[in-house]
Design a protein around this ligand. Structure first.
Ligand SMILES: *Cc1c(COP(=O)(O)O)cnc(C)c1O
Length: 398
């Protein structure tokens, strides 16, 4: 093959995010090549036959795999410490494939109730239509995980920290319950990022990301990735993925590869900014509550110390004046933009009760702790002084 695979030796994450997974073509290009091709040509009919039989390595069709997409997968494998991965067109394509590929009619999924809205729709409504039942519980209560297990439970699903209230679930403890139940634990690790939490090391079986968030981190494209053991991917995902086609475009894979180069730098700066904003907000008498995994007053601080290596790039806080105060505060911001995205280089703020979580009934919102005065803030990479001045000016309008 005219492609040279860079050494598989692993280095520290910041080094692997620049070099990991790189395959150089015969031209010796510095930057990763963008192979914007659907298919591949073979030197002979015999070579085509051998490749289809799996007797010769090489790509066949970009729905199955593509050199640029594979470079992105390999770089994520190095970062996550997984054995294999498949890149998908969006985070929801990753969640849907990771769940649907391993269940059949009659199976049961046990999930934490604090979930990204579309994840809940996929489990409850879409898989429900196919005869897969589900139960949603308070993920922080280990007794509810134990009690929720049925003989037909195949999958446990959770995200931690959760959106938008930044609750934290004990991954190692839930993984142990899943193992006892003979179920696979799938963790949506978007909020912690691969820099701050390693679910596979804590006992999870599968990790999924929306690469749209911190991995791109610059607001350009959608993407996702599923990471697991070789055995789980071979037995569950491989055929599902090839035949249903949630594949990531090579162009977006190239964008995400470049995103990974700066992921450690961006997440460090975003986390420092989030910590600073959380402390400043906590000091204000106009703020009723601050939820930030990096603060000692977080209700799950003991679990956070065990399973996270950073405080997250996101925080949530509740303004004493309810919805009116939340809107006035958001509208007064100059640097921080109003947007429902997260993980971006730009600081973004959202009012969950009227946007991302507006479809929930007021009762369910109350159960999840999403009040009308709550705002979720995704810290960007701007100068922290400007961000603090921005929220100070907005607080002064209340
Ligand atoms: C954004 C997000 C998703 C969905 O990702 P898309 O790339 O938008 O499809 C899933 N889970 C979590 C936690 C997210 O934040």
């Amino acid at each position: 093959m005219p492609i040279e695979n860079e050494s598989k030796r692993r280095f520290r994450p910041a080094t692997d995010m620049v070099h990991g997974g790189t395959m150089r073509s015969g031209f010796g290009e510095t930057s990763e090549a963008l192979f914007l091709t659907q298919g591949f040509v073979y030197p002979s009919a015999e070579a085509a036959e051998a490749r289809f039989k799996g007797e010769e390595p090489g790509f066949i069709y970009s729905r199955y795999g593509n050199p640029t997409t594979r470079m992105f997968e390999e770089r994520m494998i190095a970062l996550e410490g997984a054995e294999d991965a498949r890149a998908t067109a969006s985070g929801m394509a990753a969640v849907t494939a990771a769940l649907q590929c391993q269940v059949k009619a009659g199976d049961h999924i046990l999930a934490a109730r604090a979930l990204f809205g579309s994840c809940r729709y996929v489990i409850e409504t879409m898989l429900g239509r196919l005869g897969v039942t589900s139960t949603f519980i308070d993920g922080r209560d280990l007794a509810q995980w134990r009690a929720g297990v049925r003989p037909e439970t195949r999958v446990f699903f959770m995200e931690t920290p959760t959106n938008p209230t930044l609750e934290v679930i004990d991954i190692a403890a839930v993984a142990a319950i899943a193992r006892d139940a003979g179920a696979k634990l799938v963790v949506d690790n978007v909020f912690a990022t691969p820099m701050q939490q390693k679910p596979l090391e804590l006992g999870a079986d599968v990790v999924v990301y929306s690469a749209t968030k911190h991995i791109d981190g610059q607001g350009r494209c959608l993407g996702g990735v599923i990471l697991s053991s070789q055995e789980w991917i071979d037995d569950n995902l491989h055929e599902f993925f090839r035949h249903t086609g949630p594949s990531l475009s090579p162009f977006n894979a190239w964008t995400l590869l470049k995103g990974l180069e700066t992921l450690p730098l961006r997440v460090a700066q975003q986390t420092a900014n989030a910590a600073r904003l959380a402390d400043r907000l906590a000091a204000s008498d106009k703020v009723a509550k601050v939820l930030y995994p990096g603060r000692a007053d977080h209700p799950d601080a003991a679990i956070i110390r065990r399973q996270m290596t950073g405080g997250s790039t996101l925080l949530a806080f509740e303004l004493a004046g309810g919805k009116e105060a939340a809107f006035r505060f958001s509208n007064a911001l100059e640097v921080i933009k109003i947007s429902n995205n997260l993980g971006d280089a730009k600081s973004l703020i959202t009012h969950p009760a009227t946007t991302t979580h507006k479809n929930l009934t007021p009762d369910v919102r109350a159960e999840l702790g999403i009040s009308d005065g709550m705002l979720r803030l995704s810290a960007g990479i701007e100068d922290g002084h400007d961000l603090v001045e921005d929220i100070e000016a907005a607080l002064a309008t209340l």
